[in-house]
Design a protein around this ligand. Sequence first.
Ligand code: PHE
Length: 357
Amino acid sequence: MDDLRQKYIEAIANAADESALEDLRVQAVGKKGEVALKMRELGKMTPEERQVMGPKLNALKDEINSALAAKKSALADAALDERLRTEWLDVTLPGRGRRQGSIHPISQVTEEVAAIFADMGFSVAEGPQIESDWHNFDALNIPGHHPARAEMDTFYMHRAEGDNRPPHVLRTHTSPVQIRSMEIAGAPLRVICPGRVYRADYDQTHTPMFHQVEGLAIDKDISMANLKWVLEEFVKAFFEVDDVELRFRASHFPFTEPSAEVDIRCSWEGGQLKVGEGDDWLEILGSGMVHPKVLMAGNIDPAAWQGFAFGMGIDRIAMLKYGIPDLRAFFDSDLRWLRHYGFASLDTPTLHGGLSR
Ligand code: PHE
């Protein structure tokens, strides 16, 4: 019996896995196992022998059973340990360092501009990029023979054979959205219209597609003074400075009367632009009081209503604010450029949270 005990206790201790353990259980304490065979021999013994051997065999059976159970749970523990070891994960490691995508400076600046004007009660309006000749020109007091048409380097859409209507154009400015906004909403009105515009031009400061934002405010008592205040508020908020000086230069646009181009005081010390101080002036936009003919084209009575309008280059103010030297790089999709000049995607510009941080 001692041989039997030693044989099985040792074999159980060395069992490699659960199925080896099961084989041992059948061999040792199964119905036809070695312990059962010994039990059968009890019948041939004398009652005295039986009284000694019976309990011993039962004790051996119990001992083997509990060795099997202990080994079984030891094997399960080892399996769990192994799994935990291979599936180990260091949750204290820092997150991914490099951000996967970023917000393009044009999108960033458009959001910044919208946030600033929203605070002054302007909503955002949009219009089509393929625009009717009428909305892009005539309605803005630029008739067919007007030299402004030639100056704009307009892209014309293809016209079907025999179609004598004026061809549509890729809009050359965002001003047609003035007309569309008046048509849709009437007066009073306060909108900005950001978007893509197109002109056939290409050099360091010109690309055939670029971005403008139009502003239009129409009400009963609107003057150049309102225009000046709104633009000053905008420039201070946009360039994130406390004080700015604007210069209104008399100019001419067919759709505004009077018209002014607006410059901001700045300096270029060491090639770095500083807004608000210095001896230089930087042109940033065109503006004026909406021409009565333009109000009429938008179905608004010029005897009852007045308004101001302005148009600004988004790419241009983005270059100025963020020190980007070449306009063409905006549209090259160069990943290195995008990583350098792009903005974190979760930093939405707001006036309370900060525009650019
Ligand atoms: N549309 C003009 C341009 O593209 C800008 C402008 C808009 C001027 C509104 C005056 C008023 O240059």
